[in-house]
Write a protein that binds this ligand. Sequence first.
Ligand code: TRP
Length: 339
Amino acid sequence: MKKRILTGDRPTGPLHLGHYVGSLENRVKLQNKYECFFIIADYQVLYDHLNDTKQISQNIRNIVLDWLSIGLNPQKSTFFIQSRIPQLAELTMYFSFLVTLARLRRNPTVKEEAGQIGIISEKDNISFGFLGFPISQAADILCFQAHLVPVGEDQKPHLEQTREIARTFNRLFGKVFPIPEALTGKFARLPGLDGQKMSKSRGNAIFLSDSPEIVRRKINSAITDPARIHPTDIGHPEICNIFQYHKAFNSFEESQEIREFCKKGKIGCVACKKRLTDVINKFLEPIRERREFFAKKPLSFIGEILLEGNSHTREVAEETMQKVRKAIHFDYKNLLKEK
Ligand code: TRP
C-alpha cells in the first residue's frame, strides 16, 4: 500500500512563490509515489477573514487553478474542501479534549498570526476557533492517517501539535494513528520582497499567477542590501533577499556567480534584479500556460473535481472514524443495532 500525504492551503488568495518552494514543489514531486490528499482549508479562513467570506468561493476556484497550473493532477491525487467533510469536524471535537489551553497558547505560529491581525492580547481576545485551529489541522492530517505532510516552515508548530495529539490518542485508546512527519522544502522560508515573511496580506509576494510585467515591477521595487547605494559598492548577498530568490530559482552556477560579483561590487542591484526577473518569468511561463488552459474551461470543470474529491475523501475519512469511534467506545455497537 502507498503511504499517504495530506497537505493543503487556505483559500485566502492566490498562491505565491513561498508556497511553491515551501510545499507545492514537494507535492508535485511526490504525487506519484504517495496517495495524496490536498485540502482546501476553508474553516481556516474564518480566523482572520470573518468579514470577507463572500470571497471564499472565488478563492477556492483560484487555488484549484494554481494547483492544476503547477502540475498537481486530480486524476492521481484527491482535491477536497475541508468543510465538506463532516468527519473532520467530529474528529476535531474528540481531539479538543486532548489539548490544554496552555499548550495552544504556546504555539508560535498562532501567536504570530494573531499579532499580525492586531490581536494585541491574544490571551483575552482570540476566538475559540482561532486558538484551536491547530487541533482542527491535526484532524485534517490524522483523519487520513497521513505519514508525510509537505509544508512550509511556518506550519511546523502545527505538525508538532499534531504529533502530540496522535501520541496522546494512541496512548489513551490504542494505536490508531501513525505519527506523521513534516517535509519542508529546500528553501523553507523564502522572504517576501521587503525581507519580511512572504504573505498576501503584507503585499510582498510574487504570485504564481502574476503576469511578466507585474513580476518585473515587483522585483524592481524589492528591497536589497541596504548598504549598497552605488552599483560598485561591496554587497552582502547573504543578507539580501533578492539573492535568496537567485538561490531558490536560478541555476547553482549563476547564483554563485552573482554572489561573487555582488561581493566584489561587480554587479549592481538593477542588473541583478533584471537577471532575477528573467529567471522567475521563465520559471512561471509553463505555469501560466497551464493556468490559461484550465481557466478557459467552464466553472463546472473545477466543481466536478471538487465534488468527486469530496466524496472520495468522505469515504476514506469514514474508515478512519470507524476505528476512532471504536477505540473510544463511541461506536455503541450493541445499543444502536440496525434491524
Ligand atoms: N494551515 C495551512 C496554511 O495556512 C493550511 C492547512 C490546513 C494545512 N490544514 C492543513 C496544511 C493540514 C497541512 C496539513 O497553509
